[in-house]
Ligand binder design. Sequence first.
Ligand SMILES: Cc1cc2nc3c(=O)[nH]c(=O)nc-3n(C[C@H](O)[C@H](O)[C@H](O)COP(=O)(O)OP(=O)(O)OC[C@H]3O[C@@H](n4cnc5c(N)ncnc54)[C@H](O)[C@@H]3O)c2cc1C
Length: 422
Amino acid sequence: MPSFLGNQRNNMSRLTHVLDFDNSNHSCVYLMTKSFRIYNNYTLNEAINFAETKGLSLSIYIIQPHEENPKNIEYFKNMISDLSENLGKFSDEVSFKLREEVSESLFDSVQAIFIDKMYLRFDLDFYEKIKAISYKNKINLFTVEANVFVPVMIASNKEEYSAKTIRNKINSKLSSYRDECLTGHKLTKAEKESFEVLTDFLQNKLSFYHLHNDPSLNYTSLLSPYLKFGFISPVSIYNRSIHLKSENLDDFLEELIVRRELAYNFVYYNPTYDDFNYLTYDWAYRTMNHHLKDNRKYIYTKEDYVNFRTHDPYFNAAMKEMIYLGRMHSYMRMYWCKKIIEWSRTYEEAYTIAIELNNHYFLDGLTPNGYAGVAWCFGKHDRAWTERDIFGKLRYMNANGLERKFDIAEYVRKINLLGKEE
Ligand SMILES: Cc1cc2nc3c(=O)[nH]c(=O)nc-3n(C[C@H](O)[C@H](O)[C@H](O)COP(=O)(O)OP(=O)(O)OC[C@H]3O[C@@H](n4cnc5c(N)ncnc54)[C@H](O)[C@@H]3O)c2cc1C
């Protein structure tokens, strides 16, 4: 793809020149906020090209991501333990910073700041702070969409209704964004582990991916935390899998690219993506209003959930998976959130509980996928189904379905073993 050179406002680029100043200072800064990798780090690549072309020094600041759960911070720090050292070959100065440590004084004599493009509110707050510093000090500011396959605004210029409406828009552009960069360096610990998890998936699980919905089996890739922290790019995953002759490849790429980037489309074009009153469709609000007063046989609180105190062994097992492992099987995530809807006094209360648990306990939480996944349970990106109590026209899921489709007792058995290991 075109890079910075001579190409300041190329519409097809991952790069956006947000603030453009005539500034002849001698250094350039990369604020690494979402792509904690070197391999296929498009932002780092742009910053290096810019610094080299202009003869500037390059400083890299690794910025700790926003997390609510100390376990996630611990995981992140452990995974990036050798990142500074590996970045040393690109930069005279590499250091780790908390968001609150980033202030104007860091940007003395800086000509340009490069930052990974961010999409969620807590990230945008940090970005706005950087933008204000850049503006005040007349520093050029560049953002790079390094963690999606197709830059969000290029994939589509509006909020999309569903996977169906965005699929071709994304898939038709993949060949333009397949290029790799910064490929010839020693892999960091996080990069190595990401590629190992990917290789294990491609060699041992992809051929069973048609069974990936079954919670008693483990045929999903487990790549979501690596994607979240940008330890691996979706482009790297695509390039390593596209030549494989597997009937399941399209299904996997549908999740990795179409569903994931539909989530980015959602949070980018819908500034109220996390406001219960404005995140889903009119038909969904109408049906929820209609069923608001329906009798709820069970009402549980967040405390009941985190202490595994519901009457439903499948739900309790899913909560254990969430709390013990920081993840949940993808099918159980749907069931889990649907049950919270069924067992809450109001839909809004259900939304708040689901988002809070999602963002706190999942290692892959606090991502566009999390917001889109929970919103999906309230009808977003979905369609109206047959009318039911409490759910109205929202898609309904129940324990009988789990029992009919899967060996769900096996899922519970496996998860309960985990509990005993704790
Ligand atoms: C209520 C609910 C909450 C969810 N919360 C999160 C979350 O916090 N973080 C998160 O990353 N995903 C979330 N998802 C989406 C999905 O369940 C997870 O991405 C998936 O379970 C991760 O496991 P995996 O990497 O093994 O998936 P795989 O099946 O191997 O899929 C590969 C990749 O595709 C992407 N993907 C898969 N399914 C979806 C989907 N439905 N929507 C968007 N992208 C998808 C993920 O990046 C995933 O890593 C949620 C879904 C629901 C219904």
